[in-house]
Write a protein that binds this ligand. Structure first.
Ligand code: TXA
Ligand code: MG
Length: 354
């Protein structure tokens, strides 16, 4: 592959004794290297966001298309003024309420932000993560850190340091291990360059939550349908097949008990052909699938648990080398909208509607 290097892993805590770890990581960032670190959403793969050459290493390590821009992470709300060419009043209100947190805002960029980090766009995506390790790293490095999710392009995003190691070992300088992440889905992305804010990628911060702060908010039309030339997503990354496990993933949608029966039937059909089958179930339904390879994604009464476990369940089935996966589906209300957005992409729009 061309790139092989020793990838260090350091436990990153928040005590005084951890200072040398952050100094080491910050030094890597400042000399143009790559450091993976935890955020509250998923692990990020960080480089100096103002250094085009450093950013190009991110694309190489991930195998990511270079037209897909990166998010710049900051540690202080005021830092946005260094990279954004003007912050509209509505954005200020959103920053006040949701930063630090899982919300990325798109602004016109300043000249100091290289086109190599924005995929050639005149806009820049900015977020202040709500994770002590991320914030301490950015502060110590004294530069905005460009960071996509720290997975190989196309694979499920990493929610633990171990997921990062599997994808990035030998390709990056350092991984900061801050334990499993809290949210498990990437940030909500909102374009603030027009009069009305537009959601480009759904996430933990829902449309309803945004609207209580700034009034009417729109959704990028490409979010509601399949990708075609006419519905080109405004977040370039949303057009790629994403979050995908190795096995063929099929979603089954409908009344829950019918869904369970259909999944059992489909799973048994595949198993009879000698294929290895995985089933994504919930705490409420797991016992219905007795005798089959089932993973529990979470509880239907706790949507956040489903978000948190989604990517690690997909990665577990990768490790088990299953041939196909059948998954239940979820209501698209609130956080469920983001969960279904990722599941539908992971399934490459392969959905059976009952
Ligand atoms: O939660 C997150 O946002 C995580 C953590 C690490 O912060 N990061 C993340 O980055 O998900 P990434 O690169 O995997 O996804 C960034 C998305 C892509 O779909 C990209 O196209 C979009 O943000 N994006 C970045 N800059 C943009 C811009 N200027 N205009 C439109 N979309 C942009
Ligand atoms: Mg990603």
């Amino acid at each position: 592959m061309g790139i092989t290097m020793e990838t260090g892993i350091e436990q990153a805590g928040m005590s005084e004794q951890d200072t040398p770890v952050y100094e080491k990581a910050a030094a890597v960032i400042r000399r143009g290297g790559l450091v993976a670190f935890p955020t509250e959403t998923v692990y990020g793969l960080g480089a100096n966001g103002l250094d085009e050459e450093a950013a190009s290493k991110i694309y190489k390590a991930k195998g990511r298309p270079s037209d897909n821009p990166l998010i710049l992470h900051i540690a202080d709300k005021k830092q946005v003024l260094e990279i954004a060419d003007g912050v509209p009043e509505k954005a200020e209100r959103l920053m006040e309420v949701f930063w630090p947190g899982p919300l990325t805002l798109i602004f016109k960029k300043k000249a100091c932000v290289p086109y190599g980090t924005t995929g050639g766009l005149d806009t820049v995506a900015v977020r202040m993560p709500d994770h002590p390790v991320a914030l301490r790293l950015i502060k110590t490095a004294q530069t905005p850190i460009a960071a996509p999710s720290a997975n190989t392009s196309g694979k499920p995003s990493p929610t633990r340091a171990e997921h990062v190691r599997v994808d990035m070992d030998g390709k990056i300088d350092l991984i900061l291990d801050g334990g499993p992440v809290g949210i498990g889905l990437e940030s909500t992305i909102v374009d603030m360059t027009g009069e009305i804010p537009v959601i480009l990628r759904p996430g933990f911060i829902t449309k309803e939550m945004l609207e209580t702060v700034v009034g009417s908010v729109e959704e990028d039309t490409s979010l509601s349908g399949e990708y075609t030339e006419n519905t080109r997503p405004k977040a370039p990354g949303m057009k790629y097949r994403h979050y995908a496990p190795k096995a063929e993933l099929t979603l089954v949608q409908g009344e829950l008990m019918n869904v369970v029966e259909r999944i059992k039937g489909l799973a048994d059909e595949k198993a009879e052909k000698g294929l290895r089958v995985g089933i994504i179930a919930t705490e409420e339904t797991m016992q219905c699938y007795a005798g089959r390879d089932v993973r529990i994604i979470g509880s239907r009464s706790d949507t956040a648990s489903i978000a948190r476990n989604l990517y690690s369940v997909l990665r577990e089935f990768d490790d088990m080398d299953v041939d196909c996966i059948f998954s239940e589906t979820f209501s698209e209300q609130e956080l469920g909208g983001a969960i279904m957005n990722r599941l539908v992409k992971a399934a490459g729009h392969n959905i059976i509607r009952l």
